[in-house]
Design a binder for this molecule. Structure first.
Ligand code: ZN
Length: 279
C-alpha cells in the first residue's frame, strides 16, 4: 500500500506561515543499502553516499539543520568534515538552506545542474515560481552537472538524470549498491510534484515547464529500480519501511512497485492540472 499524500507540505507551510514541524524534527540516521545512508530530519530527506575518498551529501534541510545532519553523520561513524561533494535534488529552500554553512564547514564543492545553479547562487531570488518568497543563504556552485554524467568519488558512483519540472533543474541520481550477494539498483529520485499555483501552459511558470514534467515522468517510469529514496520521507514511505532501532536490512527498502505508483500518482496530478488549464 502506498501512502499517497494529497496534502502539499509546502502549501500547509504557506497557510500556517510556518514550516511543518516534521521538517525540523530530529530523526536518527540509518543505513539504507550499501554505502547509502539517510541522514535527514523526520521528513526532509538528506542522504550520504560514502567512500574511502570522502563522502557525498545530497540535500540539506532548513537553515538550522546543520547540527542535526552532523549528529546523524557522526552517529553513523563518519566525519562531517570528510564530505567532499554537495548535491541537490531540487533548489528549494527546504532542501538547500544549509548548503552555504555546510560548504563553509567542510570545504566541499557544490555541484548542480545548469538550470538549478542560478537559484542556488542567488538564494532562490531567480526561482521562477517562488521568486524569492522563500529565500535561503546563496551558495556558489562549483561545477555544472550534465545529464548522463557519472559523479565519481572514490568507489562512489552517481549517475545524473535530469528530471526537471518541480524546479527548472531538478535531478534524480542513480547508483548501484551491493549487498546480500546481489546488486541493488538505487534511485535518489526527485519526484515531479507540483507546488500550488504553478502555470503549465498559459503564461507558464517557466518556458517549457509542461514538456519538462511530461519528460520527467516518462523517464522515471523507464528507470530500473529496486530501492528508492526521495526528498521528502512522506514521498518514499521512510516511516513505513524503517523504525529507529531496526537492524540494518536492505531488503526492507526494496520497493520497485511503490516507486512506479508514486510516479504515476504525480503524473496523474500533472495531467489533471493540464486539463484544468485547457478548460
Ligand atoms: Zn520543492
Amino acid at each position: 500500500m502506498r501512502r499517497l499524500l494529497p496534502v502539499c507540505l509546502l502549501l500547509s507551510a504557506v497557510l500556517a506561515d510556518a514550516q511543518p514541524e516534521e521538517w525540523s524534527r530530529p530523526f536518527p540516521g540509518h543505513r539504507v543499502v550499501g554505502n547509502l545512508y539517510s541522514v535527514g530530519t523526520w521528513d526532509l530527506g538528506c542522504f550520504l553516499v560514502t567512500s574511502e575518498a570522502g563522502h557525498i551529501l545530497i540535500n540539506t534541510g532548513l537553515a538550522d539543520s546543520t547540527p542535526l545532519l552532523r549528529a546523524n553523520v557522526e552517529a553513523l561513524g563518519f566525519r562531517f568534515e570528510d564530505i567532499r561533494i554537495l548535491l541537490t535534488m531540487q533548489a528549494h529552500y527546504d532542501h538547500t538552506a544549509a548548503f552555504a554553512e555546510i560548504k563553509e564547514i567542510t570545504g566541499a564543492a557544490l555541484w548542480a545542474t545548469a538550470d538549478d545553479a542560478p537559484l542556488l547562487a542567488d538564494g532562490g531570488a531567480s526561482d521562477p515560481h517562488f521568486r524569492g518568497e522563500y529565500p535561503f543563504a546563496p551558495v556558489e556552485v562549483d561545477r555544472i552537472l550534465a545529464d548522463g554524467e557519472v559523479i565519481q568519488l572514490g568507489e562512489a558512483r552517481l549517475e545524473v538524470i535530469e528530471t526537471p519540472g518541480h524546479t527548472p533543474g531538478s535531478v534524480t541520481y542513480a547508483m548501484t549498491a551491493h549487498e546480500n550477494g546481489r546488486e541493488y539498483r538505487v534511485l535518489l529520485a526527485n519526484m515531479g510534484s507540483m507546488n500550488p499555483g504553478l502555470r503549465l501552459l498559459e503564461d507558464p511558470t517557466y518556458p517549457g515547464i509542461a514538456e519538462d514534467f511530461a519528460e520527467t515522468f516518462r523517464r522515471q517510469l523507464e528507470l530500473e529500480v529496486d530501492i528508492w529514496v526521495a526528498a521528502h520521507a512522506s514521498q518514499w514511505g521512510l516511516h513505513d519501511k524503517y523504525r529507529p532501532g531496526n537492524p540494518y536490512d536492505a531488503e526492507a527498502f526494496v520497493d520497485p512497485e511503490g516507486f512506479r505508483e508514486q510516479v504515476l500518482y504525480y503524473q496523474e496530478l500533472f495531467e489533471e492540472a493540464l486539463a484544468a488549464e485547457r478548460r
